[in-house]
Design a protein around this ligand. Sequence first.
Ligand SMILES: [Mn+2]
Length: 503
Amino acid sequence: MGKNKNKAKTDSEQSMQLPAQYANLPPEYQQQLMAQLNSVPTKQEIERRSRIYFANMKRANQQVSKSDIAQVQSWFSDNWFGELTKKVRETYIFSQDQTATVAIQRIIPVEQVIKILELGTKLLSNSLNVENIIVPGTPITELQGDLPKQYKDKLPADFGLQSLQSMKPVELQYNTPQIPKHPHLIIVGDTHGTFEVLENVFAKEGLPADDIVYLFNGDYVDRGSFSIEIFISLLVFKLLNNKCMYMLRGNHETASVSSMYSLQEEVKRKYPDHHEQIFQLFVKCFQALPIAARINDSYYVVHGGISGWPGFDIDMINTLNRFRDPESQQSSHYQSFDPLSDVLWSDPSEDLEKIRFNQTRGTAIQFGKTAIKAFLKSSKMQFLIRSHTCVPEGYQLMHDAHTMTLFSVPNYNEKNLGAYCVLYGLYDAEKQPNDLQRRSLKDCSAKALYEIEPAVPLCFIRQFNCSDHAKIINQPIIREMQERQMQAQQAQIFEMLRRQGAM
Ligand SMILES: [Mn+2]
């Protein structure tokens, strides 16, 4: 009984309430907005949208040349990341009363920013919409000996995790340099201009290399003051070794969001003479970013989530035209929303079975347990790893542990921890090829066999806090922008009142 009542309430997908921010509008506007929210798009309108969303895939098909790579290598020596980190830290300035300010200044030379964005766009354009990634493999016996005691007994006999529930948090000591012993893949959620996240994760897990592979799940830019340095750093790692760095698009990687938040302002302050050109290059590069990743045929990784477009599955993502910005829609008829917008903006909800319009964001959808399980089943995936939402522990499991949120900026929302996940791909070094494999494959090593049929990787969560330094210097550009905006609004109100003779 109680369950049915709940279901009726949460699955009311067809009629919509007006979002709270419109409650004070005159009734005729409210009616107009309601009509818009509940209007059914015509067949022609759906066809029009469909053409925009799926057609005209413009692949650049340009290769990055050897001389371009040589140029990047000459600029970025072995210790470039350490030197960059030092310069980022030097931009922190404390005033005498211990209130900190950040001296926003250019760190990476202008010609390097321009060249890296151009080359990064070329390189990224050649990727499919869905990156196919295999976690570098480790023989199970090697890893077992080095696991912390509490995990040793827990390794499942078939090496794969059957459920994300088996993950346990591991406290990360801030900035403890460590050389990783085993190959692994690290998934990092939102970084939002907070350079310290990169410092921290690279110090603990190792710099990107053949066996230390990174997947960043979007929202590199906005809010923090080092959007440029983060995005350029990741592109440099990718240009130096394409196989050790994967980058996906987030909802902030669009022209409209990154101009409304702080990236555009950051570009203006750091590169005043070239800001228009550089911001345009950023936007073009954002549009080249792949959308999702498939890891070991078991984890689907994307910034937001899934779409309500009929028949939507992971293969459909590969048919999207990604070389554009997503289209925003506000309506109860989520079946014709832009799937590109949905996958970048959607949120999971426990309070829902299927799908509904995402009132909280004002765009895209919310998806429930039944919807995500259906998607995973038709896509032959087991788990969804998404970011996009700040959660207190840095990670959060939902939908019977089929959905995980991963958010990597600590202290973003006052006290939250940051988290990232580490995946180990395990194989049995004793495994012998079967007859067919023996006949058809050149390399029949256990490792090669793992790469053909990769097991579900073992997944750990690492949580971390930010330094005291970063706690004080929190998002100064965006704070200033918001203060300016508030002052402008207040001035407008005063002006209006003055004209009305009230003042
Ligand atoms: Mn986001």
